[in-house]
Ligand binder design. Structure first.
Ligand SMILES: Cc1cc2nc3c(=O)[nH]c(=O)nc-3n(C[C@H](O)[C@H](O)[C@H](O)COP(=O)(O)OP(=O)(O)OC[C@H]3O[C@@H](n4cnc5c(N)ncnc54)[C@H](O)[C@@H]3O)c2cc1C
Length: 404
């Protein structure tokens, strides 16, 4: 009997993880089609900021970071921080745990890991076709365009795994064209996640664009304040802490044009302590006084920009502003700029093996599925976990006894 033909669309981390498990589980002819000239461009881009691949924390807390936590639980239980570190080690890549629990390869780069990973897959017989764009899918028949020679061909597979990514950073390959192949009712429209927010600053704030707001807390209405830092940019705010508030801000902005992000600029002091300090130093200039209570130049500039001048000399009002600074948010940056996306293939359209319920033997994995998580290694962990899960699902399905 000839080997079963398996086609994976997309050589991102989800597609590669899927190819890897399939190459372990059986004698399959595995072919990966990738429209870019090389594999995993977004993964390599993630490597530019160190490649935070996972996160060490209690598994229940880890899983709770996802919006569809219980749905992802079995997949993350099988492929979690510990297994990912062991997997990297197996590929010759040592990793370390940063102070916040984030896991990075020692070299803080994705390229060595990707090289070792691709080598392993090639040694196991996985075939890669780069500059090959899948254009259409009709049940298990695919139309593929060889972009180098502008030649099209069709092929039939025994199973197809879609690992095409979402729609952010489309220049890296994840252009969302696959959405045309599927029934629109199985897709939740995409929106940006882990993305900057829009604030209308005055021109006086210009000198501090690019400066970080360090050691602050931030929260959206009804959200628990979260500790961290963000950066003031010409269009608004960027960075990990603002990303963690994205989900709540996005929900509110579905029904209203703007919303509020609250900042606590001195989270180590309570309002009474700040009030006391402000009252004690009344004879000093405002800048000196504000610096003395612990506000740096960036925080002071921000206060001057968003707080009415009438309040600056009112110690009580200033203590309130410092503990709960109101920032009007007018929107999110476009999805193309986002680190990740929310939306994609609806979870209810998939069976427990990540096969599309209405398309037998067609599976999906990675960021093209409708789950969301903050940055911190959770995105790549879920891409690897769903990729491996879909691969195991394919194996299960192809080896299940035929129903008579
Ligand atoms: C700047 C940046 C930094 C990031 N940093 C981190 C980080 O530190 N930690 C973290 O956890 N996550 C990070 N992420 C997110 C992470 O990189 C993604 O979640 C992950 O790459 C998604 O993997 P994927 O395999 O699902 O999709 P992708 O990586 O998008 O791969 C999909 C692949 O499919 C190919 N493809 C699509 N359609 C077709 C088609 N029709 N035919 C052929 N090929 C096709 C694409 O070319 C692409 O190569 C970062 C993202 C960005 C943009």
């Amino acid at each position: 009997m000839p080997n079963k033909q398996i086609v994976i669309v997309g050589a991102g981390p989800a597609g590669l993880a899927c190819a890897e498990i399939l190459s372990e589980l059986g004698d399959y002819d595995i072919t990966v089609y990738e429209q870019k000239p090389s594999a995993a461009r977004k993964f390599l881009m993630a490597g530019k900021t160190g490649l935070n691949i996972s996160h060490v924390e209690d598994l229940d807390i880890f899983i709770s970071r996802y919006d569809h936590a219980e749905w992802l639980r079995p997949m993350i239980e099988l492929c979690n921080a510990e297994t990912i570190q062991a997997w990297m080690k197996g590929l010759g890549i040592e990793s370390y745990i940063g102070s916040s629990g984030r896991i990075f390869p020692n070299e803080m780069k994705a390229a060595p890991l990707l090289r070792a990973w691709l080598k392993r897959l090639q040694q196991r017989g996985v075939k890669f076709f780069y500059r090959h764009q899948v254009m259409r899918m009709n049940s298990l028949e695919l139309t593929v365009l060889d972009l180098s020679h502008q030649q099209q061909h069709t092929l039939k597979a025994d199973a197809i795994i879609l690992a095409c990514g979402a729609v952010s950073w489309p220049q890296l390959g994840s252009d969302g064209q696959w959405q045309h192949w599927l029934d629109p009712c199985v897709i939740q429209p995409f929106s940006a996640s882990n993305v900057g927010v829009l604030v209308k600053w005055s021109r006086y704030l210009q000198p501090i664009f690019g400066q970080p707001l360090k050691r602050i807390k931030a929260w959206a209405e009804g959200q628990t304040p979260q500790y961290g830092e963000m950066v003031i940019s010409h269009y608004g705010l960027e960075g990990g802490l603002v990303y963690r508030c994205n989900r709540d801000l996005r929900e509110t902005m579905k029904t209203q044009k703007s919303t509020i992000l609250y900042l606590d600029l001195l989270p180590d002091w309570d309002q009474t302590q700040i009030l006391h300090k402000l009252q004690q130093g009344k004879k000093q200039s405002l800048n000196t006084l504000w610096q003395k209570i612990g506000l740096d130049k960036t925080k002071i500039a921000l206060i001057r920009d968003v707080v009415s001048k009438a309040d600056w000399n009112d110690a009580l009002k200033m203590a309130q502003h410092i503990k709960q600074l109101v920032i009007q948010i007018h929107g999110l940056r476009p999805v193309e700029e986002a680190i990740s996306c929310v939306g994609g293939v609806r979870l209810e359209a998939l069976d427990k093996d990540l096969m599309l319920k209405n398309s037998p033997h067609i599976f999906a994995c990675g960021e093209m599925l409708d789950w969301d998580a903050p940055t911190g290694g959770y995105l790549l962990t879920a891409c690897l976990a769903t990729g491996r899960w879909a691969g195991a699902g394919v194996h299960q399905r192809l080896n299940a006894p035929e129903k008579s």
